[in-house]
Design a binder for this molecule. Structure first.
Ligand SMILES: [Mg+2]
Length: 399
């Protein structure tokens, strides 16, 4: 590939910086570069958009240039998600896949009655990642290069030898008794001893603790230096978050169930969240995660991305974290990779830091044959609906 940057530098050395000739030369070089980018993009066309069920949901976008992009989402009813992706994808055939923002806006704003919401935004999240993957592959660079270039050398992740999150998912039984509070505090103390004074300990409230109980617990935890309490309340009523923020000194984090800049901004405007936790498979993809990070930056609030995806989605998320200024820690690791369907280009060091993905694109190689095999084995009919209960009385529980 011709390196215009190098040619320009070489030319400046020959012609002298201050001369009118060199300025003219620079302009000419820039125009050529712009044309190259435009031409390359203009020839690329989307030929197929398809979703596969691998436990999570992988979206594959094919192009007329033989470049294939992959993205991921989760949490959907398979049949509905695949049909929704097919409907969205049918309108994208022939479109230039590098018009990522334009396509995002088309998909999100196009259907006036069905704008937003978890199903639509989750599917768009996967499509968006696949488009960025294509763009990176088309230009032969990691996605973070297209997002402004690297802002760090490596990315801290958890769990690791120096970082741990306490609190399994699922409904909890509440008595809000001193014994309950003591149980959680003892658990945190054990990990503080294990990880040492510099270790990062997080507590996931998982939207399962009523505010009054959480306030009691958070105050008791204060001496343990918890990095943050995650999901202190169910998203939806900002007043609950405001109340918690007023009463709790431990930093509060949330965002795994929030989507797009419009759902994240109230936390910032009301100054009731200290750490934002968007998930790449739900928040609206790479495009939205980058914008959510910018909103956070304006309020000096860092990102600690949630991660419910396999290593494919995690690679997409790491690409964003490699390009943003305000970052804390990233959930996940290399463990979630069904039947080793994905080969990733990043490693994790002893201190619990991931290296930057190498690209091109997201820096993930997908075994397409294996994707088809896993997909073919999945049931085609829905397999039930969650019904979280309180153990003692059978009432429905948040979690
Ligand atoms: Mg969580």
């Amino acid at each position: 590939m011709k390196n215009t940057q190098y040619s320009r530098r070489e030319a400046l050395g020959t012609l002298g910086l201050g001369s009118a000739a060199s300025l003219g030369f620079m302009m000419a070089q820039q125009n050529v570069a712009a044309q190259n980018v435009a031409d390359k993009g203009a020839n690329l066309k989307i030929t197929d958009v398809r979703m596969f069920n691998v436990g999570k949901f992988y979206v594959r976008i094919q192009t007329n240039a033989g470049i294939t992009g992959w993205g991921e989402t989760y949490g959907l009813v398979a049949k509905a998600a695949i049909a929704l992706c097919e409907a969205m994808g049918s309108g994208l055939k022939g479109e230039n896949p590098t018009r990522i923002e334009h396509i995002w806006q088309r998909l999100y704003r196009g259907h006036r009655d069905m704008r937003g919401g978890p199903f639509l935004t989750n599917v768009i999240s996967a499509i968006d990642q696949a488009l960025w993957d294509i763009a990176g592959k088309a230009w032969g660079v990691p996605v973070y290069r297209l997002l402004g270039g690297p802002t760090r050398d490596r990315i801290r992740i958890y769990p690791s030898a120096t970082s741990w999150k306490i609190g399994p998912g699922g409904p909890r039984q509440f008595a809000a008794t001193p014994q309950w509070v003591k149980g959680y505090v003892d658990h945190v103390k054990q990990f503080r001893e294990r990880l040492g004074p510099n270790g990062a300990i997080m507590l996931d409230a998982h939207c399962a603790m009523p505010p009054a109980f959480l306030i009691q617990l958070a105050n008791a935890l204060e001496p343990q230096d918890v990095l943050f309490i995650e999901e202190p309340a169910v998203p939806g009523n900002i007043e609950v978050f405001k109340r918690l923020k007023e009463a709790i000194n431990v930093p509060l984090a949330t965002g795994e169930r929030d989507r797009t800049i419009w759902e994240f901004i109230p936390y910032l405007q009301e100054r009731c969240i200290d750490v934002l936790q968007p998930d790449i498979g739900a928040c609206g993809g790479i495009s939205q995660m980058k914008k959510i990070a910018t909103l956070g930056e304006a309020y000096h609030v860092p990102l600690a991305p949630h991660n419910a995806t396999t290593v494919l989605g995690m690679s997409a998320s790491l690409n964003v974290m490699a390009s943003i200024p305000f970052f804390l820690i990233h959930e996940g690791g290399k463990g979630y990779n069904p039947e080793n369907v994905a080969k990733v280009s990043w490693t994790i060091d002893k201190e619990g830091y991931a290296s930057l993905p190498q690209g091109p694109g997201l820096g993930v190689e997908i075994d397409e044959k294996k994707v088809m095999e896993i997909h073919a084995k999945k049931p085609t009919k829905p397999t039930g609906w969650p019904s979280p209960r309180h153990e003692k009385d059978g009432g429905i529980a948040d979690y």
